[in-house]
Unconditional design. Structure first.
Length: 315
């Protein structure tokens, strides 16, 4: 595999958790081509929002050689980064380098003018500030991340994990992304359109939750998982199941199952030689024709083209 250079841009006041996400996910692994560098302004160190400093391995000049730039969130996001940082990001954007932000990292990308005219996202608590400071963009407050091809933005912390795994999935396929997710004990796939913030209190340990039913559903995707079947497994009424499911995941049971089935189909395309019709049955997508239609809708590609692109990555 050709080397894929990932530059993590740590600006002054960088949030340690946001910084840790890409360094974990894009760290060197036997089955990935990623070469990770943490870079920053001309200083050799950067001070985090927690007050400690960390060493940098490169300066801003490294951004010009990147294949992907990740911009973690930073504390004083209402104040634009140093002009040198903004200029380096602007040059990278003009060169077509893929740039992704985590949380308030969107403010740094916006300060370089790269989000103008785009629909983007950030942490829900910072959305009003982003629109106020940069009125030429629009913030979608109800998603985990947004993929605009070469410019990607995500909400806070765990949404940054979702975004980085999404990048791996685009680069190397679902099997590799799922392996990394298992390694860091993260959800293998949360769709970007899932709600980032649900205004409710967390359930108590004694409260009814559907986590067990979702785990069960993942093991029975080939079955006809109707709302009544899921409700029966959870021991609740169909109406209660639908309500709780959306509360806990941000999407309907139907959309959740469709995403899970497509993701499972992707993994089987990468790791087996099963025919499309066989995979469709194993994933609960019914027929090969339905699976092809669902793939086109979700990924803009046919299953055969997907296999041709990603099957060797899972070896």
């Amino acid at each position: 595999m050709n080397t894929h250079r990932v530059m993590v841009l740590a600006v002054d006041g960088v949030l340690p958790m946001d910084l840790g996400i890409p360094t974990q996910i894009f760290n060197a692994r036997p089955n990935t081509p990623y070469e990770l560098t943490v870079c920053g302004d001309t200083e050799e160190t950067v001070t985090t929002s927690a007050g400690f400093t960390l060493g940098l391995t490169a300066g801003l000049e490294a951004l010009a050689d990147a294949d992907t730039i990740i911009v973690p969130g930073f504390e004083d996001f209402r104040r634009p980064p140093h002009p040198r940082v903004r200029a380096a990001l602007k040059l990278a954007g003009r060169a077509g380098i893929r740039i992704a932000s985590i949380c308030t990292g969107a403010f740094a990308v916006a300060s370089a003018g790269l989000l103008d005219g785009r629909t983007v996202t950030t942490h829900w608590a910072s959305a009003d500030d982003l629109e106020e400071l940069y009125p030429r963009l629009r913030v979608d407050r109800n998603v985990l991340y947004i993929d605009n091809d070469t410019i990607l933005t995500s909400a806070g912390v765990t949404a940054g994990i979702d975004l980085c795994l999404h990048l791996v999935r685009k680069d190397l396929g679902a099997a590799v992304a799922n392996d990394i997710a298992r390694d860091i004990v993260a959800a293998p796939h949360r769709d970007g359109g899932q709600a980032q913030y649900i205004n409710r209190t967390l359930p108590t340990p004694q409260a009814t939750t559907l986590a067990d039913t979702r785990e069960w559903a993942l093991l029975h995707l080939e079955e006809d998982l109707t709302i009544p079947h899921l409700a029966d497994h959870a021991g609740v009424s169909p109406r209660t199941l639908t309500r709780l499911w959306r509360q806990e995941t941000g999407v309907s049971p139907h959309q959740w199952l469709l995403t899970a089935r497509i993701n499972r189909a992707r993994e089987l395309l990468e790791t087996t030689d099963l025919q499309v019709e066989q995979i469709a049955i194993r994933c609960g997508l019914g027929s090969g024709a339905n699976m092809r239609a669902r793939f086109r809708d979700a990924l803009g590609i046919t299953p055969t083209s997907y296999r041709r692109t990603f099957q060797h990555q899972a070896a």
